[in-house]
Design a protein around this ligand. Sequence first.
Ligand code: HPA
Length: 278
Amino acid sequence: MIEYLTLEMIDQTTDAVRSRIQAPPRVGLILGSGLGGLASAVEDAVSISVTELPNWPVSTVPGHVGRLVAGKLEGQTALVLQGRTHFYEGYSMAHITLPVRVMQRLGVEILIVTNAAGAVNPTFEPGELMLITDHLNLVGMAGHSPLRGPNLDELGPRFPDMSRAYDRELCALARQVAKEHRLVLREGVYACLAGPSFETPADLRFLRSIGVDAVGMSTVPEVTVARHGGIRVLGISGISNKANLDGDTITTHEEVLLAGEKITPQLITLIRGVLKRL
Ligand code: HPA
């Protein structure tokens, strides 16, 4: 098990990606469960299977194909990760965030993270998008931060600020694009739990009481590393299911993937619109 990454490991993976792509990416995108459709919108695409990359934490989850697609999206050079790896698969927090470090070393300035999430806010409906305005790092608070371990000073400071994790200008752009295209764009706080079990009704009532709007099992570690590395972040959740606050409905992975089909076209419109305005 790789507990901490060294700069040598990060650069070994970065070099392997760099040798395959045509231009250094300005924008990095990470696509959530069932939201991989955006990868096929990339033009002049070079696709790399992550199994070919040294040190890569290869995902084991259905719906997470595991490829990097480099190319152009709305005129921006982009590197898209389809199929992230999750903490519950058994990798360390530092290891699952290697993709963000690789993006940082390749010169990415803006990271757009997406995920499938359960609605804790009772007014949110499956199929809607939520702009992440802040997050609750419950797993990090419990000790599993991707920044735990020796700080790599070349990559960022020991104690990074997280007061504006989600870039205000990028949030404003997303709101503007949603308005122009008449997309429903909810806003709220995303909480990352370790999973892989979904929440009990008591878990969900607790999350609601501490101000959570949507819950998932990803994103927060990636955003923490991106901010450590000075990358600006835009985060969008696709609401895939209603939270089961009363215990009357059950949540399944199939439901999450199915909702992705409804969410993907809206997500593509939103992200294309933001990229166009960068
Ligand atoms: N809980 C946690 N993670 C999720 C959910 C959920 O309800 N839906 C999609 N990812």
